[in-house]
Design a protein around this ligand. Sequence first.
Ligand code: TYD
Ligand code: MG
Length: 489
Amino acid sequence: MAKPAARFVCQNCGAVTSKWQGRCETCGEWNTIVEEQTEIRAPGPAGKSAGGRKIDFVSLKGRAAPPPRTESGMAELDRVLGGGFVPGSVVLVGGDPGIGKSTILLQAAARIANAGKRVLYISGEEAIDQVRLRALRLGLTDSPLGLAAATSLRDIAASLEEEKDATLVIIDSIQTVWLDSLDAAPGTVSQVRACAAELTRLAKTRGFAVVLVGHVTKEGTLAGPRVLEHMVDATLYFEGDRGHQFRILRAVKNRFGATDEIGVFEMTDRGLMEVANPSALFLAERRGNISGSAVFAGMEGTRPVLVEIQVLLSPSPSGGSPRRQVVGWDSGRLAMLMAVLESRCRVSLGQNDVYLNIAGGLRVNEPAADLAVAAALVSAATDRPTDPEMVFFGEIGLSGEIRQVAQTDTRLREAAKLGFAAATLPRRVARPGRTASAHDGLKLTEIGHLADLVAPLAAAAAASAKPKSSEGGTKDTPRRKAPETAAEA
Ligand code: TYD
Ligand code: MG
């Protein structure tokens, strides 16, 4: 028999405790623990297989056909999904409120409906009129998709059971739907999990793909999508800075595709536009001839992306410890690089505040960005611009050695395609059977140690500082110095 039991569930990470606490011991968040009533089903008679059906065990051999796909026609979205929506699968789309989840899903839904498929959009957050207004703005009002505003999972499930040929069902958002048999508020971990489980069951039995929209909340007032990640087939995060027009759709889990793919979109007044050539976009506002800037030839999944890395050094007010402000990169990695520059190449940055920014709002996770960051740091420290026609990539080790990274050819090809003329990269070891590939006229500078990068810039800085009187002096350490003041003199 079912008996109600009280339990306390962290709304941030889903950890369960037997008593209320101010702070979750698992994730460390404060005020996230909420009491939830749940039905606990008594286990069946021990050792008895009452009502169970025998399952068949098969061998690993056998042909697995690739899953059929429903393409949305938005290439950026389809690639992140691994080729389109898979029937019977559940995709979680997470992201900050207002980032554009409803917009991109309405656009994709309309396209699939236009292709003659049955698509249902169930909005729990917005009224019908609000969704219609968005459709009007996006120019999608003629699309034959089915729209409903509903939050009761009982109603939703009953309606979906009736659907014979639905291809795609969008639930916007999972935090607004609720099951009346659960004594917990909508948006709590119990509700979100139970509703997602029921929708997953429907997707598998009925064969339509389900998209669950989930808001990421820091406050812990609503259960975050994290508690659902293990249940769904794919988790996509829609990221971006609301101050920027770029939006990046990133797969963090995908049972039917690669997880390092990104899709790049631009938010315009007519919805999200696909960005087929993100490098050109990220470099669009680059100003060539300033110090502290270097172009990184990066990879996001299977595609190369060129981004500008910007560093600004400013003298730290005496007394306090210098600031290290990083946007779009790992601050621990920056600290490591600065230590390597300081102890292996005698580039001193210690007294300055350091600001590092990945232009355009992209987040870079690759260690291959080390060399570009180092180039930007050295360029800022010596006040000499890097070659504006040059890209950089390579991982840096603690002794200052430059390490190989994957996909060298792809990176170089993208740089050449975008009109760059030179690249600084790790020294390549000749391997038997490896053919030298063409690099479209790029001038390659292969280096084995960070000192090889620092020396030319430092020498150029020293040369241009020479005409100046000997006062101050650059010592043998390249220092943030002032060729401009020399010019003024
Ligand atoms: P929305 O899709 O509602 O975000 P989410 O579902 O993730 O909460 O997007 C809301 C923002 O997008 C809002 O600030 C307005 C902006 N927007 C545009 O700039 N252009 C458009 O065509 C649309 C529909 C929205
Ligand atoms: Mg929305």
